[in-house]
Design a protein around this ligand. Structure first.
Ligand code: PLP
Length: 417
């Protein structure tokens, strides 16, 4: 029987080279099903959409597939709730700007200090309006490892007040590789805010590091905004933002031209058309994912993917734990069900850059070191680490194999001894 990852690998020609792609949290390989759509759009329907001549009608039809695909991936109620933008960074910056008028000057924003994309826009908005910005910080889970950090809802609740307007957090950290219970967090924070008499509270969830590993479900989570980047989810370099219909109507001010009537649709947050071929290409992502298991559903694929990824994480985490306390895993050292194979660590006495060099020198392994734009988070680690050297990160997805993890381990053993 063909294994899950063997089925997946067929869709990525670059994997045939034998190179170990292990910087997937930076960007995954793009499935053939996406590349074929982009190629087809550019060669056959590359006209301006919205006109009545046949090729423009076809182009419009192709582009409409993008929001449908993103809505399916988010499990949004409607493609009208989808916004496309070049990056998640841009989508979140636009979101924060579009909320500016609906936020009162004495209100508060709570952020997790992770990837700057979901921190910077809120920080800047708070500075522009003089709002209070509160930080929900992670706590350690293993007393012997100061970097065994994870977000705990118990630390969020005291930050919620009657003035809380936005809570912006990550569904999964791009450094720690741990998934947070989004639904439980939203339920607890929303009911605390209501108890305290909040005017209006909304939740913005950064799913960029989550989407490649688990099924998103914005309706079940009861969140108002969510974002992910297709280029980390086997797709093209483009991002999708979910904005709940009610929020589009009542919280968001349009960023579009004044004469466009887009009051209730995601386009309200899209100043100008995104890359049409990429929007169409993105529709290949759910098609790819659903084709990986006989059930043909996103749920089945993400369950199979999590099972396979758990095996990959266990091999690498087990190896790294064997070097404790010289090697400190940054994140949960244990491989629980909320762990994804985004594995960061530091080595006492060896620069992260030098650890990664051991893999670079093989010429066949791609991993990386640095702060990965979680600048504030890495900068605030205690004990401190050099911000530019940062952490070593090995980030795997469902197309990686155990044999590939073993090749990474052999290279790391060369430097760790
Ligand atoms: C958790 C997280 N959020 C946001 C981003 C930003 O995504 P984009 O590159 O699409 O702006 C990244 C990118 O690495 C990320 O890992």
């Amino acid at each position: 029987m063909t294994s899950f990852q063997d089925t997946a690998r067929v869709y990525f020609p670059a994997l045939r080279s034998g190179f170990v792609f292990a910087d997937n949290a930076g960007g995954s390989q793009c499935t053939k099903l996406v590349a074929e759509r982009i190629f087809d759009y550019l060669l056959n329907t590359n006209v301006q959409p919205g006109a009545d001549y046949p090729i423009s009608v076809e182009s419009t039809r192709c582009i409409a597939a993008g929001p449908v695909a993103a809505a399916e991936l988010f499990n949004a109620a409607s493609p009208d709730e989808i916004v496309f933008g070049a990056t998640s960074t841009m989508n979140l910056e636009n979101l924060a700007r579009s909320l500016e008028k609906d936020i009162l000057d004495d209100e508060e924003i709570v952020v997790t200090g992770e990837h700057e994309a979901n921190v910077g826009p809120w920080k800047k908005l708070a500075a522009r309006k003089g709002l209070t910005l509160k930080h929900w910080r992670p706590r350690t889970t293993d007393p012997s490892n100061p970097y065994s950090l994870t977000l705990d809802v118990e630390d969020l609740l005291p930050l919620i007040s009657a003035k809380t307007r936005i809570v912006a957090f990550v569904a999964c950290s791009n450094i720690l590789g741990s998934i947070v219970p989004v639904k439980a967090i939203v339920t607890a924070a929303r009911s605390r805010a209501v108890e305290l008499g909040v005017r209006k509270i909304e939740f913005s969830v950064d799913c960029v590091a989550y989407a490649p590993h688990r099924r998103m479900n914005v309706q079940d989570w009861d969140v108002d905004y969510a974002v992910f980047s297709f280029y980390k989810l086997f797709g093209p370099h483009i991002s999708a933002l979910y904005a709940r219909a009610a929020s589009l109507r009542s919280s968001i001010s349009a960023l579009t031209h004044h004469f466009l009537s887009v009051d209730t649709v995601g386009y309200k947050l899209q100043p100008g058309g995104p890359g049409y071929e990429l929007v169409y290409g993105a529709a290949g992502v759910p098609t790819y994912l659903k084709g990986l298991t006989p059930a043909g559903t996103l749920e089945a694929t993400f369950i199979a993917s999590a099972v396979h990824e758990h095996v990959l994480s266990e091999r690498l985490l087990g190896f790294l734990r064997g070097y404790a306390p010289r090697v400190l895993i940054v994140g949960d050292p244990l491989n629980g069900s909320s762990r994804v194979p985004t594995i960061s660590f530091v080595v006492k006495g060896i620069l992260s850059r030098d650890v990664v060099r051991a893999c670079d020198e093989t010429g066949t392994i791609g991993i990386r070191y640095g702060h990965f734009y979680a600048y504030t988070f890495i900068n605030e680690l205690d004990p401190k680490i050099d911000i530019q050297d940062g952490v070593v990160r090995v980030s795997l997805v469902h197309y990686n194999t155990l044999e590939e993890v073993d090749r990474i381990i052999i290279a790391l053993r060369g430097v760790l001894g």
